[in-house]
Design a protein around this ligand. Sequence first.
Ligand SMILES: Nc1ncnc2c1ncn2[C@@H]1O[C@H](COP(=O)(O)OP(=O)(O)O)[C@@H](O)[C@H]1O
Ligand SMILES: [Mg+2]
Length: 340
Amino acid sequence: MGMIEVKHLSKYYPPPRRGTFGFTDMIKDFRRPREILPALVDINFDVEEGEIFGLLGPNGAGKTTFCKIMNALVIPTSGHIYIDGYESIRDHEKITRRMVTIFGGEREMWGLFAWRVSVERNLRYIAELWKVPSHLINKRIEYALRILDLEGKRNEWYQKLSAGMKQKVHLALAFIVQPKIIVLDEPTIRLDVPSKRRVHEAIKKELCGDLGSTVLLTTHDMSEAEKLCDRVAILNTKIEFIDKPENIKELSKEYEIMELRLKEINPEIKKELDPFVLRIEEIQENEVCKVKIFFEDKEKNLPEILGVLRNFMVEDIRIRTPSLEDAFIYIINRGEKDVH
Ligand SMILES: Nc1ncnc2c1ncn2[C@@H]1O[C@H](COP(=O)(O)OP(=O)(O)O)[C@@H](O)[C@H]1O
Ligand SMILES: [Mg+2]
């Protein structure tokens, strides 16, 4: 049995409300379709005990929605998540003892941290809230402060910390509670490079290595997923792909990337290239117009693409090896083109 089991999970959100101004509006509002915007569609996967599992997806992919369903903060339209055998909505009280969730993208952690109270006292309060045995509390606070390089901030008011520091204090929660399951929603989104590295080490070495926790983390950063995760699911409303990060890299054999430098951006170029390419990105960098093209089936498409380019003012053409970032964009676009 997996530590986390996801079965046919879907979430459709209602469309935004326009506000009601009288009887007719009320009737219209009543008839308004309730759940039509898909955020997650038929998601299935298992996470094994001790695994670091990554949900990798762009903004709006449904990552936070997924983490919220794990915490019974959002009710799914259909399907279930089982956490250590418990159903995330029905049994959420039992789960809160075993699981800690840290939302990185959200502004605050649901008011869990008091603003005008020191970091250390905040952490003590959390330890008590999660019923950490009292003889362990001091030890764990010291451990968390050390791992996250927060020792110098212990007496600082939470309010006075920068966004990145606050994020590290939120992460301390995991080291203090030491739960079986940890959910990290974009854990490094607001961190600078050295802090990011420190947090990566702490997740890999201390959380998963020493404490043996199972970690589900979300990110939009492919290199973070590669560094940390045993397996990665590429999510974009649906799951496009689940595999080890190194196998995602392998996909780069299936497509090519061409970069062009143009004298000027001409909207026609996009239209004319469209039949032969998977995706076109325009990049405007101080006066320089660049176009990045993803395409498959080199033998068939390359001559067509070069044929089209003859009609435009191309200054430079380069075909290069795809990076992991490109692989991620490729998988997402491949999924979208298949739908049409
Ligand atoms: N409370 C909500 N009401 C309506 N739509 C929502 C709500 N929360 C999220 N969404 C929509 O669901 C989709 C997924 O959002 P989210 O889970 O926040 O994605 P991510 O965390 O991957 O950026 C987005 O299109 C978003 O606009
Ligand atoms: Mg999010």
